[in-house]
Structures are given as structure tokens and as C-alpha cells.
Design a protein around this ligand. Structure first.
Ligand SMILES: [Zn+2]
Length: 80
């Protein structure tokens, strides 16, 4: 018997896409789409744009930016 996935909001399937940062071809897996739309309540029009490596890099960049912002804030407050 073939194992079939029964998704409540339609059927997801593996979807290839090209990373907008490095141009690598990545597969957006069906289970990742399900997770994104149903668990994370992602925008139904949104889709994967970055490969795994670039996503990690982007996340680190954002974390770094927040870190710097925090430190510039505390530096200002020290003089108040
Ligand atoms: Zn990439």
C-alpha cells in the first residue's frame, strides 16, 4: 500500500526554487511548506526564496544587527 499524506489545507509537494542570494537550486520540501503555512501561519502568498545556507547567513546577519543596536542604545543611556 502506498503511504499517502493527508493534508487538511490541500496537498503540498516538493517545489524547486532558485535562491535569490546565491542562485543555488534548492527544493522546498512538502513538509516544510506545511510547517510554514500551518505551524508558523506564514503568508499564503509567501514562498521560499533563500537556500538553507543563505537563510542561516541572513539570520546571523539580523541577530548581529540587533546586537549592535542594543549596544548603541545602552551606550547612549549611560550618559543620561
Ligand atoms: Zn543561497
Amino acid at each position: 500500500m502506498k503511504l499517502s499524506w493527508n493534508f487538511p489545507k490541500g496537498f503540498y509537494r516538493d517545489k524547486p526554487f532558485i535562491c535569490k542570494d546565491c542562485g543555488a537550486v534548492e527544493i522546498w520540501k512538502a513538509w516544510q511548506q506545511k510547517w510554514w503555512y500551518e505551524q508558523r501561519q506564514g503568508d499564503p502568498d509567501s514562498t521560499a526564496v533563500r537556500c538553507r545556507a543563505c537563510r542561516i547567513r541572513e539570520r546571523e546577519r539580523k541577530t548581529e544587527a540587533r546586537h549592535e543596536y542594543f549596544h548603541s542604545e545602552t551606550k547612549q543611556h549611560r550618559f543620561l
